[in-house]
Design a protein around this ligand. Structure first.
Ligand SMILES: Cc1cc2nc3c(=O)[nH]c(=O)nc-3n(C[C@H](O)[C@H](O)[C@H](O)COP(=O)(O)OP(=O)(O)OC[C@H]3O[C@@H](n4cnc5c(N)ncnc54)[C@H](O)[C@@H]3O)c2cc1C
Length: 441
């Protein structure tokens, strides 16, 4: 059996907490370092004028098995609620129903053949078991081939454009396919979409994991950004990880497990092997500014409304209170874009104003005085651009620098980022760290 080790985990998002919990459970002395003053990463909640709500919307899908297992383990299974949700599509001046066969039949933006091809494409994607062959080509290519150029322009192009901009044609078909599949497999029937949420928010699960880490003797240090992952030469003169620097102070550790976005890692590890540095630097990401509005009344009956309209530069609106009845109408508007885009650093009120203007376009009868509160949050590395061949392009989770383990949301490619996958991968990462020391003993 391996002896207890001192392990530093960087990042207290779902992945970092999963790593820390697994290691603490097997007897390691674990410290989690979190840059923010709160746990949760992308799932962190804020007080929005008296409503405790996540900075970014989160829904649960039918295939999220790791989430279900953790909820059971933590006695929280009854917090998971399933809702029959509606979807909309705002297409050139008109809001249509979306997300079921009848809506597709009635939609005027596609002809009958295109509709049939579209339905077939979703059904095929739902049934794929092995996504590896789809890693070889782009989502754009796949969609254009499956549903035709015009249907692609109507259904997908604006969504890709207003999320990925110059990277819109560099997405892998495997990545898109698993996204389509996750939502499609969550449906109650072909006529009814069904999504889940946690009563009390994702925080309920995240906080329970954090509490258990404490009970197992682990520590979570908040407002404790790791400035450097330090390495020193061992007896053979080979560099190996020896600790982390936080607030200028070196803290010794046997192993360091990083779960922060990869671009940060490249800056933190002076001794990172050149190949891994090159791999990290080649990965592209987009950031997000996400607007939150509190309204007097519901805006639509939809949870999710996709948008294709030349006057609106937002891929969709998420009326979260149509999934999770919070006692207030809550709308999210995500502005994803590459961090270098001229709009990205604008002050938050400009994003809020743009959202309100878009809503007025969508519903000319709607008055901005319906907005009772607003806020926005920015996340620098919110979504990896997973291009064809992405799996091969990733740095290994066990670094060639002994004692260092690293992963972020891109490591579960072709699956898209989710709480479920971050927790699943966190367990795997903890297993890797344990196995590495068993091999050394
Ligand atoms: C707009 C949006 C919508 C989403 N919708 C959904 C959804 O509906 N369903 C779903 O399941 N998932 C959704 N997600 C994705 C989900 O939030 C993420 O997959 C998940 O939270 C990732 O967790 P993580 O721990 O891997 O990374 P993160 O949450 O990014 O955590 C990384 C942590 O590292 C910390 N950190 C960074 N640098 C340092 C440092 N130097 N030192 C210490 N700490 C540091 C950060 O502060 C952060 O807390 C969404 C995300 C966004 C942005």
């Amino acid at each position: 059996m391996s002896s207890p080790r001192k392990v530093a985990v960087i990042g207290a998002g779902p992945m970092g907490l999963a790593v820390a919990y697994e290691l603490a459970r097997s007897g390691d002395s674990v410290t989690v370092f979190e840059r923010d003053a709160r746990i949760g990463g992308m799932t962190a909640a804020v007080d929005f004028g008296g409503v405790q709500i996540e900075r970014y919307y989160h829904f649960v899908c039918g295939p999220d098995e790791t989430t279900f297992a953790w909820l059971r383990d933590f006695g929280l299974a009854d917090r998971l609620k399933w809702v029959d949700t509606h979807m909309g599509f705002y297409f050139r001046g008109q809001l249509y129903d979306w997300g079921h066969p009848l809506a597709l039949l009635r939609f005027p933006g596609l002809n009958l053949v295109e509709k049939a091809r579209y339905a077939l494409h979703v059904m095929r994607a739902k049934g794929v078991r092995d996504w590896r062959p789809y890693d070889a080509f782009s989502a754009t290519e796949w969609l254009q081939r499956s549903i035709g150029q015009h249907a692609y322009d109507v259904m997908w192009k604006p969504l890709f454009h207003y999320k990925f901009y110059e990277h819109q044609d560099s997405l892998s078909a495997a990545w898109l396919g698993t996204r389509i599949q996750r939502v499609a497999r969550s449906r109650k029937s072909i006529f009814q979409e069904r999504l889940g949420y946690l009563e009390g928010g994702s925080e309920v699960l995240i906080a329970a994991v954090a509490r258990r880490i404490g009970e197992l003797g682990g520590r979570i240090a908040l407002a404790a950004a790791v400035q450097e992952i330090v390495s020193t030469p061992d007896a053979q003169g080979r560099e190996r990880v020896s600790g982390v620097r936080v607030a200028g102070e070196l803290q010794p550790f046997d192993q360091v497990v990083s779960t922060i976005p990869l671009p940060y890692v490249a800056r933190l590890v002076p001794a990172l092997p050149a190949r891994e540095r090159q791999q990290i630097e080649a990965i592209r990401n987009v950031g997000v500014v996400c607007v939150l509005l509190k309204l007097k009344r519901p805006f639509t009956r939809n949870f999710w409304t996709n948008i294709n309209d030349p006057r609106i530069e937002i891929p969709g609106l998420i009326e979260y209170s149509n999934l999770n009845p919070l006692g207030a109408t809550i709308v999210y508007a995500p502005f994803y874009m590459p961090q270098g885009h001229p709009k990205y650093q604008r002050p938050f009120p400009e994003f809020v104003q743009e959202t309100i203007a878009a809503m007025q376009v969508m519903r000319p009868d709607w008055d901005p005085s319906e907005v009772v509160d607003s806020m926005a949050s920015r996340y620098e590395f919110a979504q990896t651009v997973c291009s064809p061949g992405f799996h091969e392009a990733l740095p290994p989770m066990r670094s060639a620098l002994p004692g260092l383990f690293l992963a972020d949301t891109s490591h579960y490619y072709p699956e898209d980022r989710s709480i479920n996958e971050s927790m699943r991968l966190g367990q795997q990462l903890a297993g890797l760290a344990r196995a590495a020391r068993t091999l050394q003993e």
